[in-house]
Design a protein around this ligand. Structure first.
Ligand SMILES: *[C@@H]1O[C@H](CO)[C@@H](O)[C@H](O)[C@H]1NC(C)=O
Ligand SMILES: *[C@@H]1O[C@H](CO)[C@@H](O)[C@H](O)[C@H]1NC(C)=O
Ligand SMILES: *[C@@H]1O[C@H](CO)[C@@H](O)[C@H](O)[C@H]1NC(C)=O
Ligand SMILES: *[C@@H]1O[C@H](CO)[C@@H](O)[C@H](O)[C@H]1NC(C)=O
Ligand SMILES: *[C@@H]1O[C@H](CO)[C@@H](O)[C@H](O)[C@H]1NC(C)=O
Ligand SMILES: *[C@@H]1O[C@H](CO)[C@@H](O)[C@H](O)[C@H]1NC(C)=O
Ligand SMILES: *[C@@H]1O[C@H](CO)[C@@H](O)[C@H](O)[C@H]1NC(C)=O
Ligand SMILES: *[C@@H]1O[C@H](CO)[C@@H](O)[C@H](O)[C@H]1NC(C)=O
Length: 784
């Protein structure tokens, strides 16, 4: 079977060149692909070094003493391969780097703590030791698509499949150890309700669970306190088996493999997450469905559709016809093609009407010019726009798919504009009550479930069940002076105070932290301060910067946070030369939306951030965006009444209610989020001087482009479909509605961004606030 050859390297390694099997690698040691050298583990089972890949070399770890040379870990898998003249060096300063003769040096590990030696362990873990011979870095902490015995997949980490058997770039599928204790598989492009195609069904386990593989080939889940919850497979009958690995394969299925002690055998599949290769959602692209033929998945197009690319059938299908302009008068001319027993997840249904028969459903759809397809099932008729996504044959679904096709063929042309104008007119008439209705209706549609077994992730993810380790540490000023070397290394300055880098000691070793010295804090009792700290401390979400401790000493108030070495989103967007690609930016927007959603709706006490802007979003090592500085607005309150009036955020991001002196609610954050969303989408600041005049104020420009149906102007030179871009823009325009009530909640924003509800066109009413009227802006102060 083909996938057994996974990662089989076409190149034959030449073990004769291998360096000696000394397991300790001293500073000064180096490797180079030219002399084909690598570092072996003591038994010779694993090797670390360069292996041939594409037209160059990658750095990774592989099984050395089986002929398949299966790769289990790769450094920076999405980067282009290294050239043959690169050198991998454990420097005498204790940094592990790869240096191509041309281009940038790549640091593998060892910034904060210099390594005194390194070792390729027999477990398959490549480790760096610190001066006190503790491990300061290990490859086991950064899994790619495989875990090995003794390597846990810890909470909030994931494995991502390869693109194909021969290409180890990140592919389409992932398996995530979620913070609710569930191990779940999703397509990379759609995490959330309804998109999971397999789960361990252990969401009752709670925060801190991990997936483990033992040396006898048992895959099992443990809870935070180390209790074995369940195992995924039965114990392997261990005759002559010696090695194991668990890998999410390029086809999206998670498999446990064993290899016998006979070198010449192949990998054997002990267990798979699924037997049906059509199960992984997203295997086939838009408007196509997965069909299992003799066990192998095939992507097929519905009638009157053709492959977007005959050579790559998994890219999806497009219409091989064009509809004439749909108007009230000509709807009778449309006809439908029909598919029986197919289900589509994430089909962007915008209306659910009841229809007694399939024919009623057809006529509902033909009467509605927005309807491009309809799903009929049990007297219900879901009307959709194309594309249909994530289709598969599902004989138990009894769903009839009706695709609207033209009664007559006509050239492309007037239709789109015309529809647009209709929509604009209708949407202008939308009042905020209509929004509420539409969102409710859309969420209603969402509740519709296909019968495929699926795991429903809690909407805004995460839970309040906080693990024990969350207890905040209380520091003395002296301790923090020590930690920061008397506050020498300033790494930032924000509205609330100055931030310093520091190092604190923990049971597990030293830890780099960011220490914020608060200024302008309203004098407040110790007890109250501790309570505020507690409220912040119990927040626990992967898109929020963690508070580790605080100091209340005399007049000093300091906060100790986890350290984010990658800096702020503002640096990434506006300063870095490396542009984040579209998918990356969409992911960042989603991260922030989820974090805010958590603050607004999931915390015990609701937290309004009050100062959402790119400077307050930090980027972690894994590229997740995390919200910083939340919960601090209350500490700056000028009176004890705990209302937010009188406070202010940063000019340009603040909602009109600040100016109008209206009560501040979570919707103020939604407004700031909307402004920031535009900045992220367009990679520029909300106000810029050296651009054409009509583009200077970003929100105005976005508004104008949307109104003119020219959103593609916003991101020049970038590969993104207009419909995706338009969705983002629409979400942003909803968020910056003048009326707080008209703005969606962050939960609704999250749903829209995840593509799980249809987004009605936002009302196009020009806000007076966007263009800076000096008189108006003068009336509120900006923070530094
Ligand atoms: C391989 O090349 C590196 C760098 O050029 C060198 O330091 C190392 O000694 C070489 N190893 C062997 C086995 O030739
Ligand atoms: C792997 O696939 C990616 C995208 O799918 C492509 O950009 C890259 O060139 C491929 N690499 C190799 C070595 O085939
Ligand atoms: C782990 O499971 C054990 C046994 O069911 C239970 O006593 C313990 O509280 C659990 N730990 C956590 C953190 O849920
Ligand atoms: C959990 O299972 C693993 C693997 O079988 C075993 O090594 C470990 O001792 C078990 N732990 C407990 C607490 O039972
Ligand atoms: C697409 O449409 C054209 C013209 O209508 C037709 O000739 C062609 O056969 C169609 N292609 C497929 C694959 O159905
Ligand atoms: C619609 O399609 C059906 C079958 O595909 C055909 O019998 C019928 O004549 C078509 N009607 C029109 C108006 O084209
Ligand atoms: C869709 O319509 C059907 C039939 O009227 C109804 O039973 C179902 O509850 C509706 N679903 C939603 C999500 O509104
Ligand atoms: C069809 O829907 C009705 C309610 O709308 C429900 O009572 C019935 O069980 C459904 N039938 C099937 C086969 O799902």
């Amino acid at each position: 079977m083909a996938f057994l050859l996974l990662f089989l390297l076409s190149f034959v390694f030449n073990p004769a060149n291998a360096q000696s099997r000394s397991s300790i690698i001293e500073p000064g040691s180096s490797l180079s692909p030219n002399n084909n050298s690598y570092w072996l583990s003591e038994s010779g089972q694993f090797a670390f070094g360069f292996y041939p890949y594409g037209n160059g070399y990658s750095v990774g770890i592989w099984f050395e003493n089986i002929p398949q040379k299966t790769v289990v870990w790769t450094l920076n898998r999405d980067d282009p391969p290294f050239t043959g003249d690169a050198t991998l060096l454990l420097s005498t300063q204790g940094r592990l780097t790869v240096r191509p003769t041309q281009g940038r040096e790549v640091l593998i590990a060892g910034v904060a703590n210099a390594a005194s030696s390194a070792s390729m362990l027999d477990s398959g873990n490549f480790v760096l030791f610190g001066s006190s011979s503790g491990i300061i870095w290990q490859s086991f902490d950064f899994p790619t698509d495989t875990i090995l015995p003794g390597q846990p997949l810890v909470v909030n980490s994931k494995l991502v499949s390869d693109v194909s058997e021969t290409n180890h770039t990140s592919g389409k599928f992932q398996i995530i150890m979620q913070d609710d204790g569930n191990l779940v598989q999703y397509p990379v492009e759609a995490v959330g309700v309804g998109f999971s195609y397999w789960s361990s069904e252990t969401n009752h386990v709670g925060y801190g669970a991990s997936l483990n593989l033992d040396s006898e080939g048992l895959l099992y889940l443990q809870n935070a306190t180390g209790f074995n919850i369940t195992s995924l497979n039965n114990k392997v009958a261990a005759t002559g088996k010696s090695i194991y690995r668990a890998t999410i394969d390029a086809d999206g299925i998670f498999r446990l493999y064993s290899h016998s002690s006979n070198r010449l055998d192949n990998w054997f599949i002990e267990w798979s997450s699924s037997d049906n290769k059509c199960d992984p959602i997203g295997l086939c692209g838009e408007n196509s469905y997965c069909f299992s033929m003799e066990g192998e998945p095939v992507c097929q197009c519905p009638p009157r559709f053709v492959y977007i690319d005959e050579e790559h059938k998994d890219l999806g299908c497009r219409k091989n016809y064009s509809l004439v302009a749909c108007t009230e008068r000509n709807y009778q001319t449309f006809n439908f093609s029909k598919l029986v027993d197919f289900s589509w997840k994430d089909s962007d249904s915008y209306l659910n009407v009841s229809a007694r028969t399939e024919n009623d459903c057809r006529s509902e759809c033909s009467r509605d010019c927005n309807c491009e397809a309809a799903l009929y099932n049990n007297q219900s008729c879901k009307m959709l726009k194309l594309p249909l996504r994530f289709g598969r044959r599902d004989t138990s679904s009894q769903i009839i798919t009706l695709l609207k096709i033209a009664g007559e063929l006509a050239g492309p042309g007037t239709r789109k504009r015309k529809l647009r104008i209709d929509i604009l007119i209708t949407s202008l008439a939308l009042a905020c009550s209509t929004l509420v209705f539409l969102v409710v209706a859309a969420i209603g549609v969402l509740k519709y479930r296909s019968r495929v077994q699926e795991y429903n992730r809690i909407l805004c993810s995460v839970n309040n069940r906080v693990a024990e380790d969350v207890a905040l540490k209380s520091f003395t000023l002296e301790e923090l002076k020590d930690a920061t070397n008397n506050f020498v290394e300033e790494i930032g300055k924000g509205a609330y105070g100055t931030v310093f880098r520091g190092v604190i000691s923990e049971a597990a070793g030293e830890r780099m932290v960011a220490i914020k010295r608060l200024e302008k804090v309203v004098a407040e009792g110790e007890r109250e301060f501790r309570n505020e700290m507690k409220a912040i401390g119990i927040t626990h979400h992967k898109n929020l910067v963690r508070l580790l401790g605080y100091c209340y000493d005399g007049t000093d108030r300091l906060l100790v946070y986890e350290y984010m070495k990658n800096g702020s989103l503002a640096d990434f967007l506006f300063k870095s030369k490396l542009k984040i690609n579209w998918e990356g930016r969409v992911e960042i927007v989603l991260n922030i939306a989820r974090g805010l959603c958590y603050l607004h709706e999931e915390c015990e006490t609701q937290i309004i951030h009050c100062d959402i802007k790119p400077e307050n979003i930090l980027m972690d090592d894994n590229g997740y965006a995390k919200i910083a500085d939340f919960g601090l607005a209350k500490l700056l309150m000028p009176n004890q009444s705990k209302t937010y009036t009188g406070l202010r955020g940063t000019m340009g991001y603040v909602a009109p209610e600040w100016v109008w002196n209206l009560p501040i609610t979570v919707k103020a954050d939604v407004y700031s989020f909307g402004i920031m969303l535009f900045e992220i989408v367009c990679c520029r600041r909300r106000v810029e001087a050296d651009v054409p005049e009509n583009e200077q104020f970003l929100a105005d420009w976005v508004y104008d482009c949307f109104k003119a149906n020219e959103v593609e102007m916003l991101v020049r030179n970038e590969e993104v479909t207009k419909s995706k871009l338009e969705r983002m823009v629409k979400v942003g325009l909803w968020c910056i509605q003048d009326e707080a009530l008209s703005r969606p909640s962050m939960k609704e924003v999250t749903l829209m961004l995840e593509g799980r509800v249809n987004i009605p066109d936002p009302p196009l009413l020009r806000s007076f606030l966007r263009s800076p009227d000096p008189l108006l802006l003068g009336s509120f102060v900006s923070s530094p």
